[in-house]
Design a protein around this ligand. Sequence first.
Ligand SMILES: [Zn+2]
Length: 287
Amino acid sequence: MPATARVRRLALALASAALLAGCAATPTTPSRGTGKLIVGYEEPRTPEERAARAFLRERRILEDAAAYADARIALPHDVPLRAARCEAPNPFWSKATGRITYCYGFVADARRVFARAAADDAPAERTPAGDDIDEDVVGLSHGVVFHELGHALVDLYDLPVTGREEDAVDQLAVLLLASGDERHADYAISTVNAWGALWAASEGGDPGVAAYSDVHSLDGQRFFDWACWLYGSDPRRFADAVDAEGNPDGVLPRDRAALCPAEYRRIDSSWRTLLAPYLKRGGSPGP
Ligand SMILES: [Zn+2]
């Protein structure tokens, strides 16, 4: 399905949403902890890993994500955010090591996902636009780093979670991205696109026991959830996300879209309540 191209319609005018960072206007107790994400790079061994490290460094992906999070949320102590070699190329938080690992292999994997989606959307073009794909990899990388930051916060502050933790930390990632500037909204759209591409790649097949029993929601569910929450963060700005009269290419069914603003408000207030002691006073919604 060509959802990946259609979701791009979400990118509209910048709005002045404050949302999670609205703590700037809300009296809070002093932040606990002075910790922040500390970016590091394991020595790469293969050409692909070296290319991934160069890409990450040139784009300052991890550094920018760390600074963005640091402007908003205090950690109890410094937490490494480390680019590293991984057996499976999926970024992860480890409670045991107390660190977030961003896998070098994730860069090439993400690039393949976006390239395949671009080729499906525009098969006539022999080569998908590399710059667009790189931008999507940058965006998705922010999405996954903030997702892993959510896991870290749950463990480090022993935050209560009911329901799937994976969904809860997806919600935090959307909040962080949607409450920033237009660039960060684009990062959220790239992440929506990734879920759409992964879903499209498997559409028609039974996800199977591994996917149904997994701790994560299915790719298609994450696609609609991310799209819903981003739309819900500012329905006027993201109006083109909705499948409506005059906009049949919108990705969100109207019945779900009607619920999204309330879903987003609940997510926003819940995370703000959970993180209230740790939100930085004076944190601004964007750079
Ligand atoms: Zn997770």
